[in-house]
Design a protein around this ligand. Sequence first.
Ligand code: SF4
Length: 208
Amino acid sequence: MYRIKEIYFTQQGEGANTGKDFVFIRFSGCNLWSGKESNRASAICKFCDTDFYGTDGVNGGVYQADKLIEKVKSLWLSKEQKISVVLTGGEPLLQADQNLIDTLKSNNIFIAIETNGTLLPPQGIDWICMSPKANTDIKLRRGNEIKIVFPQEDIDPLDFSHYDYDYFFIQPMDSKNQDQNINQSVSFCRKHPRWELSLQTHKILGIR
Ligand code: SF4
Protein backbone atom coordinates (compact mmCIF):
# COMPACT_ATOMS: atom_id res chain seq x y z
CA MET A 1 0.00 0.00 0.00
CA TYR A 2 1.26 3.46 -0.90
CA ARG A 3 0.30 6.67 0.89
CA ILE A 4 -0.20 9.32 -1.78
CA LYS A 5 -0.77 13.03 -1.23
CA GLU A 6 -1.98 13.82 -4.75
CA ILE A 7 -1.95 12.61 -8.36
CA TYR A 8 -2.37 14.94 -11.34
CA PHE A 9 -1.53 15.38 -15.01
CA THR A 10 0.66 18.31 -16.02
CA GLN A 11 3.84 19.32 -17.84
CA GLN A 12 7.15 18.99 -16.03
CA GLY A 13 8.15 22.52 -14.99
CA GLU A 14 11.81 22.03 -14.12
CA GLY A 15 15.07 20.57 -15.40
CA ALA A 16 15.85 18.64 -18.57
CA ASN A 17 12.28 17.33 -19.06
CA THR A 18 10.67 20.78 -18.89
CA GLY A 19 7.51 20.92 -20.99
CA LYS A 20 6.98 17.16 -21.27
CA ASP A 21 3.70 15.56 -20.22
CA PHE A 22 3.67 13.55 -17.00
CA VAL A 23 1.29 12.29 -14.38
CA PHE A 24 2.77 13.42 -11.07
CA ILE A 25 2.39 10.97 -8.19
CA ARG A 26 3.23 12.82 -4.99
CA PHE A 27 4.06 10.45 -2.15
CA SER A 28 3.25 11.47 1.39
CA GLY A 29 6.14 11.97 3.83
CA CYS A 30 9.82 12.91 3.73
CA ASN A 31 12.83 11.82 5.77
CA LEU A 32 14.20 15.39 5.96
CA TRP A 33 11.11 17.22 7.29
CA SER A 34 7.81 16.14 8.84
CA GLY A 35 5.87 18.51 6.56
CA LYS A 36 4.40 20.36 9.55
CA GLU A 37 5.16 24.08 9.75
CA SER A 38 5.66 23.78 13.53
CA ASN A 39 8.69 21.53 12.86
CA ARG A 40 10.23 23.48 9.98
CA ALA A 41 12.86 25.31 12.06
CA SER A 42 14.24 22.02 13.44
CA ALA A 43 14.07 20.12 10.12
CA ILE A 44 17.17 19.00 8.19
CA CYS A 45 15.62 20.55 5.05
CA LYS A 46 14.08 23.91 5.93
CA PHE A 47 13.15 25.53 2.59
CA CYS A 48 10.64 23.03 1.22
CA ASP A 49 7.92 24.61 -0.97
CA THR A 50 5.75 21.49 -1.28
CA ASP A 51 2.79 20.23 0.73
CA PHE A 52 3.39 16.48 1.00
CA TYR A 53 1.72 15.96 4.40
CA GLY A 54 -1.12 13.44 4.57
CA THR A 55 -3.25 11.98 1.78
CA ASP A 56 -5.84 14.70 1.37
CA GLY A 57 -4.83 16.24 -1.98
CA VAL A 58 -6.42 15.78 -5.41
CA ASN A 59 -6.73 12.01 -6.02
CA GLY A 60 -4.85 11.42 -2.76
CA GLY A 61 -5.34 8.29 -0.69
CA VAL A 62 -3.87 4.89 0.14
CA TYR A 63 -3.37 2.82 -3.01
CA GLN A 64 -2.33 -0.67 -4.00
CA ALA A 65 -0.05 -0.75 -7.07
CA ASP A 66 -2.74 -1.89 -9.52
CA LYS A 67 -5.22 0.77 -8.35
CA LEU A 68 -2.50 3.41 -8.62
CA ILE A 69 -1.85 2.44 -12.23
CA GLU A 70 -5.57 2.51 -12.99
CA LYS A 71 -5.69 6.07 -11.64
CA VAL A 72 -2.62 7.10 -13.67
CA LYS A 73 -4.17 5.72 -16.87
CA SER A 74 -7.44 7.53 -16.20
CA LEU A 75 -5.56 10.86 -15.88
CA TRP A 76 -3.31 10.50 -18.95
CA LEU A 77 -4.42 12.98 -21.60
CA SER A 78 -1.74 12.51 -24.29
CA LYS A 79 -3.35 9.37 -25.64
CA GLU A 80 -1.00 8.95 -28.60
CA GLN A 81 2.12 9.05 -26.38
CA LYS A 82 3.55 6.51 -23.98
CA ILE A 83 2.34 7.17 -20.42
CA SER A 84 4.99 8.85 -18.24
CA VAL A 85 4.93 9.37 -14.49
CA VAL A 86 7.03 11.38 -12.06
CA LEU A 87 7.33 9.79 -8.63
CA THR A 88 7.84 12.74 -6.31
CA GLY A 89 7.08 13.86 -2.81
CA GLY A 90 8.08 14.31 -0.13
CA GLU A 91 10.66 11.59 -0.58
CA PRO A 92 9.21 8.94 -2.92
CA LEU A 93 11.89 6.35 -2.14
CA LEU A 94 10.50 5.94 1.36
CA GLN A 95 7.66 4.03 -0.35
CA ALA A 96 8.35 3.38 -4.06
CA ASP A 97 9.55 -0.23 -3.97
CA GLN A 98 10.48 -2.87 -6.55
CA ASN A 99 6.88 -4.08 -6.70
CA LEU A 100 5.64 -0.65 -7.77
CA ILE A 101 8.41 -0.16 -10.34
CA ASP A 102 7.81 -3.64 -11.80
CA THR A 103 4.06 -3.01 -12.01
CA LEU A 104 4.61 0.34 -13.77
CA LYS A 105 7.09 -1.30 -16.18
CA SER A 106 4.73 -4.16 -16.98
CA ASN A 107 2.19 -1.50 -17.99
CA ASN A 108 4.77 0.09 -20.35
CA ILE A 109 4.93 3.31 -18.29
CA PHE A 110 8.01 5.59 -18.39
CA ILE A 111 9.16 6.21 -14.81
CA ALA A 112 10.91 9.37 -13.65
CA ILE A 113 11.70 10.08 -10.01
CA GLU A 114 12.62 13.18 -8.01
CA THR A 115 14.55 12.26 -4.89
CA ASN A 116 16.78 13.88 -2.28
CA GLY A 117 19.40 11.17 -2.87
CA THR A 118 19.58 9.81 0.68
CA LEU A 119 18.03 6.44 -0.28
CA LEU A 120 18.90 4.00 -3.05
CA PRO A 121 16.19 3.31 -5.65
CA PRO A 122 14.81 -0.02 -6.88
CA GLN A 123 15.94 -1.23 -10.33
CA GLY A 124 14.19 -0.10 -13.52
CA ILE A 125 13.63 3.64 -13.07
CA ASP A 126 14.05 5.42 -16.43
CA TRP A 127 14.94 8.93 -15.26
CA ILE A 128 16.52 9.90 -11.95
CA CYS A 129 16.56 13.52 -10.80
CA MET A 130 18.48 13.97 -7.57
CA SER A 131 18.26 17.18 -5.55
CA PRO A 132 20.76 17.06 -2.70
CA LYS A 133 20.19 18.88 0.56
CA ALA A 134 22.85 20.21 2.96
CA ASN A 135 23.98 18.05 5.87
CA THR A 136 22.68 14.77 4.47
CA ASP A 137 24.38 11.55 3.46
CA ILE A 138 23.98 11.33 -0.33
CA LYS A 139 23.92 7.71 -1.49
CA LEU A 140 22.65 8.19 -5.04
CA ARG A 141 25.76 9.13 -7.02
CA ARG A 142 24.54 8.09 -10.46
CA GLY A 143 21.49 9.19 -12.44
CA ASN A 144 20.28 11.60 -15.11
CA GLU A 145 20.11 15.05 -13.55
CA ILE A 146 21.30 16.76 -10.40
CA LYS A 147 19.29 19.81 -9.43
CA ILE A 148 20.62 21.99 -6.64
CA VAL A 149 18.31 24.55 -5.10
CA PHE A 150 20.64 27.54 -4.77
CA PRO A 151 22.06 29.01 -2.66
CA GLN A 152 21.90 26.60 0.24
CA GLU A 153 23.93 27.14 3.35
CA ASP A 154 26.50 24.35 3.79
CA ILE A 155 26.22 23.02 0.24
CA ASP A 156 28.72 23.65 -2.56
CA PRO A 157 27.49 22.43 -5.97
CA LEU A 158 31.08 21.83 -7.06
CA ASP A 159 31.27 18.99 -4.52
CA PHE A 160 28.83 17.13 -6.81
CA SER A 161 30.51 17.85 -10.16
CA HIS A 162 32.24 14.44 -10.21
CA TYR A 163 28.99 12.50 -9.70
CA ASP A 164 27.89 10.34 -12.64
CA TYR A 165 24.98 12.43 -14.00
CA ASP A 166 24.14 13.74 -17.49
CA TYR A 167 22.82 17.18 -16.49
CA PHE A 168 23.82 19.55 -13.72
CA PHE A 169 21.26 22.22 -12.81
CA ILE A 170 21.22 25.19 -10.48
CA GLN A 171 17.71 26.30 -9.52
CA PRO A 172 17.20 29.60 -7.68
CA MET A 173 15.60 29.05 -4.29
CA ASP A 174 12.02 30.29 -4.12
CA SER A 175 12.13 32.46 -1.00
CA LYS A 176 11.73 36.07 0.03
CA ASN A 177 15.27 36.66 -1.29
CA GLN A 178 14.35 35.39 -4.73
CA ASP A 179 15.92 38.25 -6.73
CA GLN A 180 19.20 37.76 -4.92
CA ASN A 181 18.94 33.99 -5.36
CA ILE A 182 18.40 34.40 -9.12
CA ASN A 183 21.41 36.73 -9.41
CA GLN A 184 23.64 34.35 -7.47
CA SER A 185 22.42 31.38 -9.52
CA VAL A 186 23.07 33.14 -12.84
CA SER A 187 26.50 34.23 -11.76
CA PHE A 188 27.36 30.71 -10.55
CA CYS A 189 26.32 29.20 -13.92
CA ARG A 190 28.33 31.79 -15.84
CA LYS A 191 31.40 30.97 -13.80
CA HIS A 192 30.86 27.19 -14.00
CA PRO A 193 29.44 26.43 -17.48
CA ARG A 194 28.88 22.76 -16.74
CA TRP A 195 26.03 23.92 -14.51
CA GLU A 196 22.88 25.12 -16.27
CA LEU A 197 20.07 27.28 -14.93
CA SER A 198 16.77 25.52 -14.15
CA LEU A 199 13.72 27.71 -13.63
CA GLN A 200 10.43 26.69 -12.04
CA THR A 201 8.49 27.46 -15.22
CA HIS A 202 5.17 26.21 -13.80
CA LYS A 203 5.39 28.95 -11.15
CA ILE A 204 6.32 31.59 -13.74
CA LEU A 205 3.36 30.55 -15.91
CA GLY A 206 0.99 30.12 -12.98
CA ILE A 207 0.14 26.49 -13.85
CA ARG A 208 0.66 23.35 -11.84
S1 SF4 B 1 13.88 16.88 0.78
FE1 SF4 B 1 12.47 17.69 -0.78
S2 SF4 B 1 10.42 17.05 -0.13
FE2 SF4 B 1 11.80 16.72 1.64
S3 SF4 B 1 11.57 18.58 2.84
FE3 SF4 B 1 13.31 18.91 1.44
S4 SF4 B 1 12.49 19.89 -0.41
FE4 SF4 B 1 10.75 19.03 0.77
